[in-house]
Design a protein. Structure first.
Length: 223
């Protein structure tokens, strides 16, 4: 099956495209887009991969599924397009970045995290589509088989990547990652319901940069 995705990712996941589950997933997703309103817009489904080529990934942040409100989802986890209100979890991510790095937050800062993807931060949702106003509605379609394979491919074929796993859902993905080759950092989810349980003060952004520098890689300009 010919999949429109960044060439490095297409090769890294070559063993997935012709598997029966992926053909079934493709049919299900197409049917959902025909049946009702689904986010993100179809051309943005693989945006996280396209924005961060396989051989350029330095950091991975794992989300659960896309935002389900109009105009919010554009294919990068925790991110929203310019002009859209910054969601509460992302507000808390920005707060921790600022406190950790000692960099003040700009008033009215955009919630578009494309600038991180351009630096090698893979902003990957485990489920890549969602029905409007129905969070987690596509978790049974089969996306997780593909996105788990993507995490495993990075673990197996690359070296020295930082995996930021926030919340119990993301933390379970640690079983896919070789901790002897990569840095795994875990914390509670940045949601307002849990950020005060340890996300604030986790200092993941400075820790990630320290590790990248030790690996001889350019650190991320988080803010």
């Amino acid at each position: 099956m010919k999949v429109r995705i960044e060439s490095g990712w297409r090769e890294a996941l070559a063993d997935q495209w012709n598997q029966p589950y992926f053909a079934q997933l493709t049919q299900r997703v197409k049917a959902e887009y025909c049946r009702t309103m689904v986010f993100p817009p179809a051309p943005k489904i693989f945006a996280a991969f396209d924005a961060c080529p396989f051989d350029q990934v330095k950091v991975v942040i794992i989300g659960q599924d896309p935002y389900h409100g109009p105009g919010q989802a554009h294919g990068l986890c925790f991110s929203v397009p310019d002009g859209i209100d910054v969601p509460p979890s992302l507000q808390n991510i920005y707060k921790e970045m600022s406190a950790d790095l000692g960099v003040p937050l700009d008033a009215g800062r955009s919630g578009n995290l494309s600038y991180l993807a351009a630096q090698g931060v893979l902003l990957l949702n485990s489920t890549l589509t969602v029905e409007a106003h129905r969070p987690a509605s596509h978790q049974a379609l089969g996306w997780q088989t593909l996105t788990d394979a993507a995490i495993k491919a990075l673990s197996d074929k690359r070296q020295g990547i930082v995996f930021l796993l926030w919340g119990s859902y993301a933390i379970r993905k640690a079983e896919l990652i070789d901790g002897t080759k990569h840095l795994i950092l875990t914390a509670p989810h940045p949601s307002p319901l849990s950020a005060y349980r340890g996300f604030f003060g986790c200092r993941h952004f400075s820790k990630a940069n320290q590790y990248l520098e030790e690996q001889g890689k350019q650190p991320i300009k988080w803010l």
